[in-house]
Design a protein. Structure first.
Length: 173
């Protein structure tokens, strides 16, 4: 019996050695060292710090954007901006009125000149017609006092004419 026991004991020795070798090799597979653990901790800390800084920057940007929006709204509602807007509106109305008046003046001048051209005694080529704000000024020669008076009547008959300044000179043509 003692022989059998020894044989069995001897047969377990290789298994124990194999188990020890496996344990040693498993610990060797874990190549973590205290330095690697420190490095990993530093990287994790840097990532956390970066995330915190990014969140803080995003919050600050949102705060500044809201402040800028509020200031813009306040500025747009300020009395000075309202006054400027009213002045601009009035100026635009005046520009429209002036432009319309210039168009009207040009139309009046064309109509008066066309009316003068229809008169056999008056020379539309020699009579200057200038219109400003509906006031018509006639200059140039007229063959007679009657023709001069007809020129005034022709100008007064045109729609939009406020007044006529007849400076035609009576002279033979």
């Amino acid at each position: 019996m003692s022989l059998k026991f020894t044989v069995r004991r001897l047969s377990l020795v290789p298994f124990a050695a194999l188990a020890m070798a496996g344990a040693v090799s498993l610990t060797a597979c874990d190549n973590r060292t205290p330095k690697a653990d420190r490095d990993r901790a530093q990287v994790d800390a840097a990532i956390d710090k970066t995330r915190d800084a990014t969140v803080a920057a995003a919050n600050k940007a949102a705060e500044l954007a809201e402040k800028a929006r509020d200031q813009t709204v306040a500025f747009a509602k300020s009395p000075q901006v309202r006054q400027d807007a009213e002045k601009l509106t009035e100026a635009l109305k005046n520009v429209g009125t002036v432009a319309a008046a210039k168009v009207d003046d040009a139309a009046i001048t064309a109509s008066v000149t066309a009316g003068l051209a229809k008169d056999a005694e008056l020379s539309a080529k020699q009579i200057s017609v200038v219109t400003r704000a509906g006031s018509v000024k006639l200059t140039g020669p007229a063959p007679s006092a009657e023709a001069k008076a007809r020129a005034s009547d022709i100008a007064k008959s045109v729609s939009g004419v406020a007044s006529v300044d007849n400076q035609l000179e009576v002279r033979a043509m």
